[in-house]
Design a protein around this ligand. Structure first.
Ligand SMILES: Cc1cc2nc3c(=O)[nH]c(=O)nc-3n(C[C@H](O)[C@H](O)[C@H](O)COP(=O)(O)O)c2cc1C
Length: 303
């Protein structure tokens, strides 16, 4: 018998728990022909801002042992161009589109959420308050109060499912998660990238145009698992876990630590079909283990 793969994130029903992480799958069309997009549980778009952004100075991506550092700086065409030019491609697939948004002010987050609320084919909104590659002294996600303020503003601007994306660059991610939950977030996603650098001894320069960036990939997986486990025990809302997922067994590990769904990120740069392959592998794992429903895995780590 086929195991049940469907999971729920707020009001959102995903046919399986595997989505693609914001910023690592563009707006879908970039992967047309190389990935089985229709097999995914959902797509999280590259983060969209109110107005277009050109992003940071190149080089913006550098490979590191077991990972990569990026400093894209939220390059995107702005919300109106996203709706007009990018969304139509995704509408072809019958899978939920989760729009990731970011603003410089709380008002911008609220305006973006309000604008997307009226767009039928957006299934949910992910609030990116955790991008480490923008010029700001402190991220909204690095403070319980400002996390709560952004979430409250977005919550009152939309009836769609709201997911808050958290940063690992904090002392107590549990407290921040709790604050997002209390402010009305339907779910949490974590982790965004870890603040990092890569330096060239020969040139004595940073390998990134913007000097610093965010580390992702297998190198951060142990940190991600720990943070998900920690947050799982602080909140009641579902978690979308990510950070270095490369294989179906990674998906299982993230679910055991408390993720209801997962996002595949850096792996898309290595194997464009990694996320769809993970769905297949997850189903096989459940069959082998005689587990009828994937929801049984959530938080079931033996301790
Ligand atoms: C090149 C690149 C661009 C990214 N852009 C975004 C973004 O626009 N918004 C966002 O919330 N996260 C962004 N991220 C972070 C990922 O969504 C994810 O949280 C992180 O990379 C950890 O997962 P991974 O190790 O599987 O990549 C980006 C990551 C990479 C590698």
């Amino acid at each position: 018998m086929k195991p049940k793969l469907e999971v729920k994130i707020g009001k959102l029903k995903l046919k399986n728990p595997v989505t693609v992480a914001s910023g690592t799958f563009g707006y879908g069309s970039e992967f047309d022909g190389t990935a089985d997009i229709d097999k995914l549980g959902g797509i999280v778009t590259k983060t969209i801002t109110l107005h277009a952004r050109v992003g940071n100075k190149p080089p913006r991506i550098i490979e590191t042992p077991s990972g990569m550092i990026n400093s894209i700086g939220l390059e995107n065409p702005g919300v109106e161009k996203f709706i007009k030019d990018k969304l139509p491609f995704l509408q072809k697939y019958k899978i939920p589109v989760i729009a990731s948004i970011a603003g410089e002010t709380i008002k911008e987050y609220s305006e973006l959420a309000g604008r997307l609320d009226s767009v039928k084919d957006i299934a949910a909104i992910e609030i990116n308050i955790s991008c480490p590659n923008i010029k700001t002294s402190k991220l909204f996600s690095q403070d319980e109060n400002s996390t709560g303020e952004v979430v409250r503003a977005v919550r009152s601007a939309t009836k769609k499912t709201v997911i808050t994306k958290l940063s690992p660059n904090v002392t107590d991610i549990g407290g921040i998660a709790k604050s997002a939950e209390s402010a009305g977030s339907d779910a949490l996603s974590l982790i965004n990238t870890l603040k990092a650098m890569s330096v060239d001894a020969k040139t004595r320069e940073s390998r990134l145009g913007d000097v610093t960036g965010g580390l992702s990939g297998p190198a951060i997986k142990p940190v991600a698992l720990f943070m998900i486990w920690k947050v799982y025990h602080r909140v009641k809302i579902p978690i979308i876990g990510m950070g270095g997922i490369m294989s179906p067994s990674d998906v299982v590990e993230f679910m055991l630590c408390g993720s209801t769904a997962v996002s595949v990120g850096t792996a898309n740069f290595v194997h464009p079909n990694a996320a769809a392959e993970a769905v297949k592998g997850l189903s096989q794992y459940l069959k082998n283990e005689k587990i009828k429903d994937v929801n049984k895995l959530i938080g079931s780590l033996k301790v």
